[in-house]
Ligand binder design. Sequence first.
Ligand SMILES: Cc1cc2nc3c(=O)[nH]c(=O)nc-3n(C[C@H](O)[C@H](O)[C@H](O)COP(=O)(O)OP(=O)(O)OC[C@H]3O[C@@H](n4cnc5c(N)ncnc54)[C@H](O)[C@@H]3O)c2cc1C
Length: 285
Amino acid sequence: MSGVHARGVRRFHFARDVEEALSLLAAYEGRGALLAGGVDLLRSLRVDIEGLIDITRIGLSYTKEARGGLAIGGTTTLTSILESRAAREYGGGILADLLHRVAVPPLRNMATLGGALVSAHPWADIPTALVALGAEVRWQGEKEGRVPVEELYQGPFRGLFRQAVAIEVLLPPWDGAFAYEKVGRTGYDIALLNACCGVGVEGGRIAWARVAVGARPDRGERLPWAEEALIGQRPSQTLWQEVQDLVAKRIEVGDDRRASGAWRREVAGVLVERALARASGRAGM
Ligand SMILES: Cc1cc2nc3c(=O)[nH]c(=O)nc-3n(C[C@H](O)[C@H](O)[C@H](O)COP(=O)(O)OP(=O)(O)OC[C@H]3O[C@@H](n4cnc5c(N)ncnc54)[C@H](O)[C@@H]3O)c2cc1C
């Protein structure tokens, strides 16, 4: 593979199960790394990695219904999620919406959900959606745990995953629908800004709402004040436009070399308005 960096690598292992992956990782004392699709790791500038531990054969590639929601194994490729029937029906089709906007098909054939969860670039699409969807991750290291992705991203999660395997991502059931919006320089480019919104209605009024915006340029976060402005209201185009204005007024954004904060402020409202309109349409409002 041309352009591969991770140059210090001396040994390559195929772990047979989670326990073997963890014991190999421990044996390298910080100089080993788990390898899933390799889309990120093989391009990384890390020169400290001596051993690569391939985890794609440890039985964590699946997408299945679980407690009304979904459980997706850590090494499931983005393509196989897209091909799964359970994922197609989840959340009004949000996963197809999202994953068709991530990179290009050959990369989606390699990239895994666990790798995307752990890499979590600030501009990445998947973290924004996982936060909006209230996803949790089950992990196993010396201990085992289950943590909301939103909380994980508020702490130093990369340190955790240098010693633990992301076993599966759990997506809760939602009585309503979500939609994903992204804007990049081209259809295949990484996001200059992205947004994931979801709504559910009871008795003609919005019972719950989720609004998350990412690549601001920081990683995706929920906007609780925008969600509060929606709950209890009747769904309408006027309401989506009011929330658009609110987002443009209150969202915290910044400049980076790819886009200005002023541009992000304006466009964030537009993406939220579009995602809300599409999510509500899917939810049959
Ligand atoms: C050209 C290009 C375009 C891209 N475009 C987009 C885009 O449009 N939108 C977007 O959101 N992303 C995009 N990405 C990022 C891409 O989604 C991620 O790089 C990919 O999902 C990483 O998954 P992987 O399986 O290849 O991870 P790997 O490269 O194998 O691993 C990445 C990191 O995660 C760790 N890791 C992997 N799996 C696990 C696990 N189960 N448990 C613990 N640690 C683990 C590894 O040790 C490593 O540190 C792009 C990347 C490239 C190279």
